[in-house]
Design a protein around this ligand. Structure first.
Ligand code: ADE
Length: 241
């Protein structure tokens, strides 16, 4: 079996390759905080590749007008395919961020974190010529029912979600295990000092020192919040329990 970072701890870093017309957007926010520290420590690697480097003409053209007419420009399949061929290796998942894709969830994030890495192909303008998507059997993944200006912000979202799950990146294992979606429930509310702020108090049970009652209160809160805000998650949770 192929060796992955997740199995061995540190043998090979989790690797992200991002094909983009805007490589300066990376690592962007992922160069800071937990992800940035992990990047500097070699827990994961990030290679942002300029698709324009694979253009074939003097003007370095990467897009053209759509056949059939209509607004906007379409990224050329030959240029994008050359960029993929030169930078993608088949052990990584090949993902095309797109509003048409399967919606990203924590189950997919866990799957990606358990593998050796991803190649993300970022579209701009009206998107990528369908033949490049088909020829490479790209997986289309959406970060939600919104339209972004390109695949880059979606790629940053996906990488952020994955990197924080890599071994050693997020401090306490318990904080990962208890957070929203991992339990199938949205998370219970949190409180810290001061105990009274602006006339608002902290729920009594949290200062009782009674661990059993605290745990029960938190579960009840998580259940009520999930039932009220996300009937879809609640239905799945009830079915599973
Ligand atoms: N590109 C544009 N909008 C997107 C979205 N919602 N998800 C992923 N990629 C996108």
């Amino acid at each position: 079996m192929a060796e992955t970072g997740a199995e061995t701890g540190a043998a090979r870093p989790w690797s992200a390759v991002v094909l983009t017309l805007f490589p300066e957007m990376f690592p962007g926010p992922l160069g800071l905080s937990l992800a940035g520290k992990a990047l500097a420590e070699g827990v994961w690697t990030l290679d942002a590749v300029d698709i324009r480097g694979y253009a074939r003409d003097r003007h370095r053209t990467v897009d053209d007008t759509p056949f059939g007419g209509g607004a906007g420009m379409v990224m050329r399949p030959d240029v994008v395919s050359d960029a993929v061929a030169a930078n993608h290796t088949p052990e990584r998942r090949l993902i095309y961020p797109s509003p048409r894709g399967r919606v990203l969830d924590q189950a997919l994030v866990r799957e990606l974190a358990a593998g050796p890495g991803v190649t993300l192909v970022c579209g701009r303008y009206e998107g990528l010529d369908q033949r490049a998507i088909d020829a490479w059997s790209m997986e289309e993944v959406s970060v939600g029912d919104v339209v972004l200006s390109g695949g880059e912000p979606a790629a940053l979202v996906m990488l952020d979600a994955v990197v924080r799950l890599l071994p050693g990146v997020t401090g306490k294992a318990e904080s990962l295990a208890e957070e929203s979606f991992e339990t199938g429930l949205l998370e219970y509310p949190h409180y810290t000092r001061p105990q009274v702020w602006d006339g608002r108090t902290v729920p009594e049970v949290l200062v009782s020192g009674h661990h059993g009652r605290v745990a029960q209160w938190r579960r009840e809160q998580a259940e009520a919040i999930t039932r009220n805000r996300r009937p879809d998650l609640w239905a799945r949770y009830v079915e599973k329990e």
